[in-house]
Design a protein around this ligand. Structure first.
Ligand SMILES: NC(=O)c1ccc[n+]([C@@H]2O[C@H](COP(=O)([O-])OP(=O)(O)OC[C@H]3O[C@@H](n4cnc5c(N)ncnc54)[C@H](OP(=O)(O)O)[C@@H]3O)[C@@H](O)[C@H]2O)c1
Length: 333
């Protein structure tokens, strides 16, 4: 089969198409003929050498989510058969003509979704479901803030939180991105390049924040949280540590607020979780999120498609951050 391989850590050009053997299916796995594969920011970090795949995952073929048809089932697989249309969460190996995945990490392609749209779902839906609804315990009527509102994660978080009945706030880096967030259900989106989100939101306060930015956002987030508020990290793109922003005094974290306001600080990474955890998550998502997909209330947002052999261009687009929503690779060579 053809696969996109990370030949060495580096710029997007290190992604090269190579011939590889079709992966061998274990007894509890399925082989998927991939029609579309989602591009995620963690793929970019992996390509740069900053996010090594967990043991057992394909080491040099990136790709955390695919949609396609089941080509072959392992001997103990009972819930899928050849030809079924599925989308799946992978620990790697999605940028290829075929991918193997545990049978319990697959979901049916939602009604009326194309393969491209279905491939845009698994990584962000699994991440958002676990971090916003399980770890963050978002409840109807609460105030929810997601940073990076126009990211793949952001467009998913906005829609699922709004669907639950939360009042949703977002931040994004341009007016156009903010308009997209509002169109998806955000009550308000703050262009962080023009306004300080803490100043804008401090009167209302927030019950739950999903943060991927970190750095100087950390003390601001903590000050914004209401009593019993929760701050959930899924990345710290501006750094794991609170650093002084040039030209401004050091903004320190006030841990007294955590006690006085009974705050919870938590976070997680999905990729390194074990097979059983992801299987349970898949079942919960099928039960709680898939009805929302099937009734047409969730709008997949695909910014651009690239054929798999243009994966380097897809990564360059993502790094430039000009996109709104998801970037998808299609299996046309
Ligand atoms: N923990 C997990 O399990 C997990 C799983 C999946 C993804 N993630 C993380 O979630 C984030 C989103 O992933 P994705 O695939 O949806 O990526 P994406 O679509 O590329 O989104 C990243 C967004 O971050 C914003 N951004 C980039 N640098 C920033 C900065 N310095 N300050 C503020 N905003 C910045 C960009 O929008 P602006 O123009 O608005 O800045 C961009 O839209 C990534 O950080 C990824 O690593 C974590």
């Amino acid at each position: 089969m053809k696969a996109v391989v990370i030949t060495k850590p580096g710029k997007p050009e290190v992604l090269v198409v190579e011939d590889r053997p079709v992966p061998v299916v274990k007894h509890d796995e399925v082989l998927i003929r991939v029609y579309a594969a989602g591009v995620n920011r963690p793929d970019v970090f992996q390509r740069k050498g900053n996010y090594p795949p967990p043991p057992g995952a394909p080491q040099d073929i990136p790709g955390l989510e695919v949609a396609g048809t089941v080509e072959l089932c392992g001997s103990s697989v009972q819930n899928w058969k050849k030809g079924d249309a599925v989308c799946a969460l992978l620990a790697g190996g999605g940028y290829a003509e075929f991918a193997v995945v545990h049978a319990r990490h697959c979901l049916p392609v939602p009604d009326h979704f194309s393969f491209v749209e279905a491939a845009s779902l698994p990584e962000t839906v699994f991440t958002v479901w676990h971090n916003v609804f399980q770890r963050g315990n978002l409840k109807k009527g609460e105030h929810f803030l997601v940073h990076g509102g126009s990211s793949g994660i952001g467009i998913t978080a906005i829609q699922l939180a709004k669907g639950l009945g939360a009042k949703v706030f977002a931040t994004a880096g341009s007016d156009e991105k903010c308009e997209a967030c509002v169109a998806l259900g955000a009550h308000l989106c703050i262009n962080y390049k023009k306004e300080n989100f803490e100043e804008v939101l401090k009167t209302e306060g927030v019950d739950l924040i999903l943060d991927m930015v970190g750095g100087d956002y950390i003390p601001k987030n903590i000050r914004l949280l209401r009593v019993d508020g929760r701050l959930v990290f899924i990345n710290t793109m501006k750094g794991n540590k609170v650093r002084q922003v040039e030209g401004q005094p050091l903004d320190e974290v006030d841990f007294g607020l955590i006690m006085r306001n009974r705050l919870t600080l938590t976070g997680s990474t999905l990729r390194n979780r074990d097979v059983a955890f992801k299987a349970t998550l898949t079942e919960e998502i099928l039960e709680n999120v898939w009805p929302f997909m099937n009734n047409g209330k969730f709008k997949p947002v695909v910014f651009r498609e690239f054929p798999l052999n243009e994966a380097a261009q897809a990564h360059a687009l993502m790094e430039h951050s000009g996109h709104i929503g998801k970037i998808i690779l299609t299996n046309s060579w």
